[in-house]
Write a protein that binds this ligand. Sequence first.
Ligand SMILES: Cc1ncc(COP(=O)(O)O)c(C=O)c1O
Length: 350
Amino acid sequence: MRRISRCSHGSTCGRRNNLAPRPETHGGDLAAARAQFGRQDFLDLSTGINPNPYPVGVLPDGCWSRLPGSDEALRRAAAAHYGVRDPSCIVSAAGSQALIQLLPRLIPAGTVTVIGPTYSELSRCWQDAGRAVTEIPGIDALPPDCRIVVLANPNNPDGRVIAPDRLLELAAMLAGRDGMLIVDEAFADCDPSASLAPASGAPGLLVLRSFGKFFGLAGLRLGFALAPLALAETLRRALGPWPVSGPALAIGEIALADQAWIATTRRDLATQAAALDMTLRHAGLDVIGDCALFRLVAMERAAALAEHLGRRGVLVRAFAEHPSWLRFGLPGAAHERLAAALESFAKDRL
Ligand SMILES: Cc1ncc(COP(=O)(O)O)c(C=O)c1O
């Protein structure tokens, strides 16, 4: 168990220690990569975003120039896609990160337990709101007095999946002590079989969904909370009017209802992920975690490989706290470029 201590700046300061807050590192920072490697043309595998985005097409008149209207149609489409019975339980926002930021200010006091290692914002946002955060390695290590539990399912970066019935039991237990289970399902669209979305609305359960990853439109900024009605209402009020842009309303409604594209994409992503496995294993890499949108590799010379790939214009995700890990997103049509860059590392090593 890792207690993420608070600093000496007073009781409302939730920093990890008494140093100045450090910026979180995320994938997809092309400006930093360009500065580091002195080149422009990157194959960016540092995120877990579908490299073949939903074809946006022509948007309805006025969606750029008018204020966004009601999100009711978007929420109905989201409810059908996620399997949520009551669209009123759905809150639309400009990406699931916007909701992750907001939750610590709206969910009642209580210690926060994060199952990690995971997407760093799931801890960081609670710490910044002055909440005590404990990180534990798995659901079996929950402290007996836990009230708010946060996890990603599937997890980022290792793809670990916790069975939905265990999570539902946990949500019911936490509801009984006025607590809450927060399940970040940013990567659940590829295989929704473990999703808790159909149970959303139940007390003690909050599910977060990201539109950008599976639909390959992370720049659109669209995500959802699936929450008990009272919390959904609180979230909507906190987000205020127009929480989602007109283009996001229009594209989200069409894409979430496009069952043919969704089914084909699930199959394609699985095929692409299997091909990525072959390429990584062919290069002698040990894949220790997976989700259809990324693979996690562990190796001694991870930093050297990331550097080697970066110099050849292939950007992968490294982890300061886990220096032997590298995460690879799907290369799409640029598979050969990745394979060649990996092969040259293997040759350099000999
Ligand atoms: C596990 C997880 N949750 C949430 C997010 C935020 O996604 P978005 O705000 O684009 O919906 C990310 C982004 O990388 C993530 O990895």
